[in-house]
Design a binder for this molecule. Structure first.
Ligand SMILES: [Zn+2]
Length: 133
């Protein structure tokens, strides 16, 4: 579930707004739950992405988040590729997802086809790389 941090310019409080989907977020009027003001400034979430930005050039975490939200497969793939290139043991699934994103395949389709493998990768002990060749 996407969570967005804001600073309210009316009452000065920091507020977190929750949305079910990014579409909801796009369509919503962001309102301070404390005072009802809509004069909110978005704060950058430090947990927008799990890894620091050192690999993806000088991109800020907010820019990365906007790449993910933008849903452009090639952009997301390129970011994953750069973020993953220094990592050992990411697994074949990660690489396949990256390559397919770079080819422009839709993330939904990839997730559908690779869903079980992705879960196995995430839940495994990181030791089973390359045994599906
Ligand atoms: Zn407020």
């Amino acid at each position: 579930m996407p969570v967005y941090d804001y600073r309210c310019n009316q009452c000065g409080r920091r507020v977190a707004l929750f949305y079910k989907t990014y579409k909801d977020y796009d369509e919503a009027t962001h309102t301070c739950p404390n005072c009802g003001s809509t004069d909110l400034t978005r704060l950058i979430s430090r947990v927008a992405i799990a890894r620091p930005s050192r690999n993806y050039e000088n991109m800020s975490s907010d820019e990365m988040l906007s790449v993910l939200e933008g849903g452009n497969p090639r952009e997301v793939g390129e970011m994953m590729r750069q973020l993953g290139q220094d990592e050992e043991g990411l697994g074949d699934t990660y690489k396949e997802v990256t390559e397919r994103l770079l080819k422009g395949e839709s993330p939904e389709k990839i997730e559908q086809e690779l869903g079980p493998a992705l879960e196995a990768d995430a839940g495994g002990d990181m030791g089973g790389i390359g045994d599906d060749l």
